[in-house]
Write a protein that binds this ligand. Structure first.
Ligand code: NAD
Ligand code: MG
Length: 393
C-alpha cells in the first residue's frame, strides 16, 4: 500500500487527488489530509478515505473539526505547526496543493523525509525554486510537477537529453476575459474574471488565468524546475486547452502533449510515476475537435508576462517578491480596492520599490530568508495599494 498525504485536500486539486485515491482504496493508506476553513468537507473526506489525521490551518476551527470527526478515531489538529507535523508523518507520496506561498513550508518540510512531493503549488518554485530543489537533492526526495503544462513538459522529456532541448512552449487558454476588448478589461470584476472557459480550478488561479499572472508564474516555474534558460521558454495562446505544452529539440522536432483539460491526468501521472495507469479522464476525439488554434499573447493586454521575463532575468529573490506582490494585488482585486489591470502595476511597483535591496540579487539561502522577503514584499505591496488609493481621484 502506498502511504499518501494530501495538503490542500479541500481545494480543487485536492478534491481531484482524493477522487483518484478513493477509486482505488485498497492501494492507498491515507496519512494526513489538510484544509483551511472548510472543516466539514475536510472531516467528511478524512472519514471517506480513513485518514490518520486531519489538519486545518485555522486554529480557531479545531473544536469544529474535532466535533466533525467525533467517533471516527481520526486525529484532529490545527495551525501552522500542526501542518508541519503532518508533513513529518512518514508518507511515500505527498500532494502539495495548498494555494499560495502558505504551501511552501509544509512541502519543504516533507522533502526532509526523502518523500515524493507531487507539486501543484507553483508558488513554491516561484518563491524558492533553487532552495526547494537543493533540499530535495540533499535528502534524496523526488519532486514531480503537477501543473498541467509542467507535467506535459516532463512527459515530453522522458528518455531525452535536456541538452538537446531548444525551446519549451507552454500554452495558455487566455482565461475568462480572452474575448473582451482590451479597453474593457480595466473594469472587469472578480465575478467576470472568475469564470474559466476550459478548466474548473480554484478561484484565485482562475483569476490569475484571466490576467495571465498564472502563465507568468508558470514561465518562472519552467525555468526553475527544468533549469532551462528564460529565452528558451515561450508561451502561446491556445484557446482549446488541449495541447498543454510542447518541447522543441535541436533537430527541429516538436513533441506536444495533448489531453483533455482535466487535472486528474497530471495528478494521476504523478501518483503512478514512473508507471502509467488507467485514468478516468475523457479521451480526445481528434476528428471532432478538428481545429487547434494558436496566437501570440498581446504584451499590452498581459503585462504580467513582461514582468515575469524581468523577474527571470533578475533572478535572486525577485520571484519571491513577484509572488508575494501578486498575492496581495489579487487580494486587493477580490476586495474591490485594485482594478483588474492595476494588479500588474502593483506588482511592478513592488518589484521596483524593493529592487534596490542588495539582498534581492542573491537567491535566498534558507526558508527563513524566503519568508522574510515574502513578508517585506507583502507590506510593500500593501503600502503601494494604499498610496494608489490615496492618489485616486
Ligand atoms: P483551491 O483554492 O481550490 O484550494 C486551496 C487549498 O488550500 C484548500 O484546501 C484550502 O483549504 C487550502 N488553504 C488555503 N489557504 C491556506 C492556508 N493559508 N494555509 C493552509 N491551507 C490553505 O486551490 P487550487 O485551485 O486547488 O490550487 C492549489 C494549488 O495548485 C495552487 O498553488 C495552484 O496554483 C495550483 N494549481 C491548481 C490547478 C487547478 O486546476 N486548480 C492547476 C495547476 C496548479
Ligand atoms: Mg497550469
Amino acid at each position: 500500500m502506498k502511504r499518501v498525504s494530501v495538503f490542500g485536500a479541500t481545494g480543487s486539486i485536492g478534491q481531484n487527488t482524493l477522487d483518484l485515491i478513493a477509486r482505488n482504496p485498497e492501494a492507498y493508506d491515507v496519512v494526513a489530509l489538510t484544509g483551511a476553513r472548510n472543516v466539514a468537507q475536510l472531516a467528511a473526506d478524512a472519514r471517506k478515505v480513513n485518514a490518520q489525521i486531519a489538519v486545518t490551518a485555522e486554529e480557531a476551527l479545531l473544536p469544529d473539526l474535532r466535533a466533525a470527526l467525533e467517533g471516527s478515531g481520526i486525529e484532529a489538529a490545527a495551525g501552522s505547526a500542526a501542518l508541519l507535523e503532518a508533513a513529518d508523518r512518514p508518507a511515500d507520496w505527498i500532494m502539495s496543493a495548498i494555494v499560495g506561498a502558505a504551501g511552501l513550508a509544509p512541502g519543504f518540510r516533507a522533502l526532509r523525509h526523502g518523500t515524493t512531493l507531487a507539486l501543484a503549488n507553483k508558488e513554491s518554485l516561484v518563491t524558492a525554486g533553487p532552495l526547494l530543489l537543493a533540499e530535495a537533492k540533499r535528502h534524496g526526495a523526488t519532486i514531480l510537477p503537477v501543473d498541467s503544462e509542467h507535467s506535459a513538459v516532463f512527459q515530453a522529456l522522458v528518455g531525452e537529453d535536456i541538452a538537446a532541448v531548444e525551446r519549451i512552449i507552454i500554452t495558455a487558454s487566455g482565461g475568462g476575459l480572452r474575448d473582451w476588448p482590451e479597453s474593457a478589461l480595466a473594469s472587469a470584476t472578480p465575478e467576470d474574471a472568475g469564470a474559466h472557459p476550459n478548466w474548473d480550478m480554484g478561484h484565485r488561479i482562475t483569476i490569475d488565468s484571466a490576467s495571465m499572472f498564472n502563465k507568468a508564474m508558470e514561465l518562472i516555474e519552467t525555468k526553475e524546475f527544468f533549469g532551462i534558460a528564460p529565452e528558451k521558454i515561450e508561451t502561446v495562446v491556445h484557446p482549446q486547452s488541449l495541447i498543454h505544452a510542447l518541447v522543441g529539440y535541436c533537430d527541429g522536432a516538436l513533441m506536444a502533449h495533448l489531453g483533455p483539460p482535466d487535472m486528474r491526468h497530471a495528478i494521476g501521472y504523478a501518483l503512478h510515476y514512473p508507471d502509467r495507469a488507467h485514468l478516468p479522464v475523457a479521451r480526445l476525439d481528434l476528428a471532432q475537435i478538428a481545429t487547434l488554434e494558436f496566437h501570440a499573447p498581446s504584451d499590452s493586454r498581459y503585462p504580467a508576462l513582461r514582468i515575469a521575463r524581468e523577474v527571470m532575468a533578475a533572478g535572486g529573490a525577485h520571484g519571491c517578491v513577484f509572488n508575494a506582490a501578486k498575492e496581495i494585488a489579487l487580494d486587493g482585486f477580490l476586495a474591490g480596492s485594485v482594478g483588474f489591470m492595476d494588479m500588474s502595476a502593483v506588482v511592478a511597483e513592488t518589484l521596483d520599490a524593493m529592487s534596490s535591496r542588495a539582498s534581492l540579487s542573491n537567491a535566498p539561502q534558507t526558508l527563513e530568508d524566503v519568508l522574510n522577503i515574502d513578508h517585506m514584499a507583502r507590506e510593500t505591496a500593501q503600502r503601494i495599494i494604499e498610496q494608489r488609493k490615496a492618489k485616486a481621484p
